[in-house]
Ligand binder design. Structure first.
Ligand SMILES: NC(=O)c1ccc[n+]([C@@H]2O[C@H](COP(=O)([O-])OP(=O)(O)OC[C@H]3O[C@@H](n4cnc5c(N)ncnc54)[C@H](OP(=O)(O)O)[C@@H]3O)[C@@H](O)[C@H]2O)c1
Length: 344
């Protein structure tokens, strides 16, 4: 019975993709047993959704708070359940355990839910953030709130927030390594020029299911010099803006490369201030990372990429698209969570 509501939470949470930075994507719905609100529009199976919310942007209201902001009858955002009093039979579904720690911008959600009179909560997964990690559930239960976990959908919730979970458990973004190769093992033409490997269907799939589901695409400088790729999300409706990360220690990147534009982050060790300025003037962010045995120091690299700064909210998932040297370096360092190979 939890499934349609938790699926709705996940669909709402997904709307925050690309905007929540290092924060999780979270959705929440408030459900009332059938017959108490007279609108077929809100009916899901035998019950009714009377309020919805999701975490829309880094530093913004959490999903639960947004839901209640919309329920406020004076709010311009209000849903049709607005102004309804919370009943003890209402059930709040939320894809992630409500937080119990104070934030600069938002109050702890568990405390707010207790004060609002919520008596039944179904959550999708426990929060992996050590500051929460079950304490939100404990606080709710010790205040006579029934809390259950929709275990059947926990895997879906974990999958949605694999970037956030990786940040909390490994201190680095989730990393998917993607390669396209021919059935005889080639990834490029013999002299290194790009080889058409994948079909249009495979391209559509990898843009909508891989690129659009990560915060950033990463390539080594060899790929930029050889292929001059765009590294954008295409072949899909409403493509999200995602970051491009180029590993280029000695700043070989040509200013005319297609990736030289806003949203691109070049990782370099070179002190060439003139080239750095020229790239920055074109909207590129250049991050200086020291190298150890010709490889960027991983700790410094991850720290810079996951630390929010002014309008940069951090990166929680990366799709490593190549080429061969870059895949090798990531594999050898154990910096791979999932691998996808497209055969053409
Ligand atoms: N079939 C596919 O899926 C696919 C995808 C992408 C590319 N490709 C092909 O792959 C070829 C390019 O591959 P490639 O192996 O020559 O080059 P590459 O992997 O694109 O770039 C390698 C370079 O990136 C830098 N680099 C990567 N990881 C680093 C790290 N952790 N720390 C420091 N530097 C790092 C190093 O540059 P420095 O020189 O600065 O040390 C390294 O030499 C092209 O022919 C392209 O067409 C195929």
């Amino acid at each position: 019975m939890h499934q349609p509501f938790m699926h709705r939470c996940l669909a709402l949470a997904e709307q925050g993709r690309g905007k929540t930075g290092i924060n999780p994507m979270v959705g929440a719905v408030l459900v009332r047993p059938a017959g108490r609100v007279k609108s077929e529009k809100w009916k899901v199976e035998n019950e009714l959704i009377i309020g919805e919310g999701y975490h829309q942007a880094f530093g913004g209201s959490h999903a639960e708070l947004q839901l209640f902001e919309k329920l406020d009858p004076t709010s311009p955002l209000r849903l049709r359940g607005a102004g309804q009093k919370i009943s003890s039979s209402d059930i709040l579904y939320v894809s992630l355990e409500p937080c119990c720690h104070s934030h600069k911008k938002t109050p702890p959600c568990a405390q707010m839910l207790i004060e609002k009179g919520i008596k039944n909560i179904v959550i999708g997964m426990q929060d992996p953030n050590p500051e929460v990690a079950g304490k939100g559930i404990e606080l709710l239960r010790s205040n006579d709130v029934n809390v259950s976990i929709a275990f059947a959908l926990t895997a879906d919730c974990l999958r949605l927030n694999r970037g956030f979970v990786s940040l909390m458990t490994k201190g680095r973004p989730w990393i998917t390594l993607k390669q396209a190769r021919t059935t005889d093992g080639r990834i490029a033409n013999d002299e290194g020029s790009p080889l058409r490997i994948t079909s249009k269907t495979q391209d559509e799939w990898s843009h909508s299911k891989l690129r659009a589901k990560h915060d950033a695409i990463l390539v080594g400088i060899g790929t930029v010099l050889r292929d001059d790729p765009e590294l954008t999300v295409r072949y899909t409706d409403n493509p999200p803006e995602i970051f491009r990360i180029i590993l280029d220690a000695s700043l070989q990147i040509p200013l005319t490369a297609r990736v030289v534009r806003r949203g691109t982050i070049v990782i370099a060790s070179s002190p060439d201030q003139k080239k750095i300025k020229e790239l920055e003037n074109r909207g590129v962010r250049v991050l200086t990372v020291p190298q150890k045995s010709s490889i960027f120091d991983w700790n410094t690299l991850w720290k810079l990429l996951i630390t929010p700064e002014s309008d940069f909210y951090g990166i929680s998932s990366i799709l490593v698209e190549g080429g061969a040297k870059t895949w090798e370096i990531f594999r050898k360092a154990g910096m791979v969570d999932e691998e996808v190979t497209l055969l053409g």
